[in-house]
Write a protein that binds this ligand. Structure first.
Ligand code: AMP
Ligand code: TRP
Length: 336
C-alpha cells in the first residue's frame, strides 16, 4: 500500500489554511493509504524567534489534539511526536554526511529565514531540510502531501536518498525508496483576510486576518465581516483583480463542498454584507464539530498522551529497522 508521511510544526495556532490546505487531505488520504503524521517539534526549535520553550510542550499536545479533532484516526494512521523518536535526529546525522553545503545554502526557505541574520543564524536552521529528509525517508514514504513552498525540501530528500543508495547500496536493493511531493487537487490556498494577496499564516502581523481553528463563532463572524474586499460590489472569482472576494468565495466553496462558479452566480448582486454573512456561517458550521471534538479530547488529556505513546511505538517499529539498515550500509559497527 502507498505510504504517506507528513508533518506540521507546533508553532502558532492552527488556522483555516492549515485545515483546508493540509488536514482535510490528510484525513481523506487515510482511506486508501498507510499514513504517518508527525508533530515536528524538533523543526520548531530551529528558529529562536519562533521557539518559546514555555509553551512548546503545550502547543505540541494542542496540535496533536487538533489533528485528532479533524479526523486523523489513530486506529488507522500513525500519529506521533518527532522528538519522541531519537532515530530522527540520528538519521539526520547520517544524512549530514551525504548532504552538500551548497545544496542546503540554496534552499529558498533557509535563504528567506536567514536573510539579514549574518553569522548568528543557527546550524539547526541550515540543517532543517536534512531533518525533514530523515522524517520522510525513515518511513519509506512514497507520497508527501505538502504545500508548494515545501517542494524544494522534498526534492532534497529525494536527492539525499538517491545519493545514499548510490554510495552505500546495491542498485537492485536500495536502502531508501524515493518519495515524491503530492499536492492534492482539493487543497485550498487560503489567503489572509486583511491582506488577501498573501497566504494566511501563523506569522502574519495581525490576528484579524487569520481564522484560528478554535476561534469562537462571534469572533469568526467579526473577522469575516471585516475582511478586505474592494469597492466594485460584484461577486465573481478573479484572484488578480478581486483577491479579497475570490478568497472568500474559495473559503465558502471549500467549507460547503460546492463549486466557486455556482456560488458566485448565487451571491452576485446581493451585496458583500449578505455574502460575508454566508461565508461566516459556513466556516462556523465547518468548525463546530471540530471544536466540539477538540473540547472533548482536551478534557481528557490522558487520552491524547496515550495516542501519542502508541503512535511513537508504532513509528519506532518502522523507523528503527530502517535506521539500522542505513547504519550497517555505511559500515558502522553494530553493538553486540
Ligand atoms: P505551516 O503552517 O506553514 O507550518 O504549514 C503547515 C501546512 O499547512 C502545510 O502543508 C501548508 O501547505 C498548509 N498551509 C499553511 N498555510 C496555508 C494556507 N494559507 N493555505 C493553504 N494551506 C496552508
Ligand atoms: N517543513 C514542513 C513545513 O513547514 C514540516 C515538515 C517537517 C514536513 N517534516 C516533514 C512535511 C516531513 C512533510 C514531511 O510545512
Amino acid at each position: 500500500m502507498t505510504r504517506v508521511f507528513s508533518g506540521m510544526q507546533p508553532s502558532g495556532d492552527p488556522h483555516l489554511g492549515n485545515l483546508l490546505g493540509a488536514w482535510v487531505n490528510w484525513v481523506s488520504m487515510q482511506q486508501d493509504r498507510e499514513c504517518v503524521y508527525c508533530v515536528v517539534d524538533l523543526h520548531a526549535i530551529t528558529s529562536p524567534t519562533e521557539h518559546d520553550p514555555a509553551s512548546l510542550a503545550e502547543r505540541t499536545v494542542g496540535l496533536a489534539t487538533g489533528m485528532l479533532a479533524v479526523g486523523v484516526d489513530p486506529q488507522r494512521s500513525i500519529l506521533f511526536v518527532q522528538s519522541h523518536l531519537p532515530e530522527h535526529a540520528e538519521c539526520t546525522w547520517l544524512f549530514n554526511c551525504v548532504a552538500g553545503f551548497g545544496e542546503l545554502r540554496k534552499m529558498p526557505q533557509f535563504k528567506e529565514k536567514s536573510a539579514g541574520k549574518g553569522d548568528s543564524v543557527s546550524v539547526g536552521l541550515f540543517d532543517y531540510p536534512v531533518l525533514q529528509a530523515a522524517d520522510i525517508l525513515l518511513y519509506h514514504a512514497d507520497e508527501v502531501p505538502v504545500g508548494d513552498d515545501q517542494r524544494h525540501h522534498i526534492e532534497l530528500a529525494r536527492d539525499i536518498g538517491q545519493r545514499f543508495n548510490h554510495r552505500y547500496a546495491a542498485p537492485e536493493d536500495p536502502v531508501f525508496p524515493l518519495p515524491k511531493a503530492v499536492h492534492p487537487p482539493a487543497a485550498a490556498r487560503v489567503m489572509d483576510l486583511q491582506e488577501p494577496t498573501v497566504k494566511m499564516s501563523k506569522s502574519a502581523s495581525s490576528e484579524k486576518g487569520i481564522i484560528s481553528v478554535l476561534d469562537e463563532p462571534k469572533r469568526i463572524e467579526k473577522k469575516i465581516k471585516s475582511a478586505v474586499t474592494d469597492s466594485a460590489g460584484d461577486i465573481r472569482h478573479d484572484r488578480e483583480g478581486k483577491p479579497g472576494v475570490s478568497n472568500l468565495l474559495e473559503i465558502l466553496a471549500a467549507a460547503t463542498g460546492r463549486q466557486v462558479a455556482s456560488l458566485a452566480s448565487e451571491y452576485d448582486g446581493g451585496g458583500y454584507g449578505a455574502f460575508k454573512l454566508a461565508v461566516a456561517e459556513a466556516v462556523i458550521e465547518l468548525l463546530r464539530p471540530i471544536q466540539a471534538r477538540y473540547a472533548e479530547l482536551a478534557a481528557d488529556p490522558g487520552e491524547v498522551h496515550r495516542v501519542l505513546e502508541d503512535g511513537a511505538d508504532r513509528a519506532r517499529a518502522v523507523a528503527v529497522p530502517t535506521l539500522e539498515r542505513a547504519k550497517a550500509a555505511m559500515g558502522l559497527l553494530p553493538p553486540r
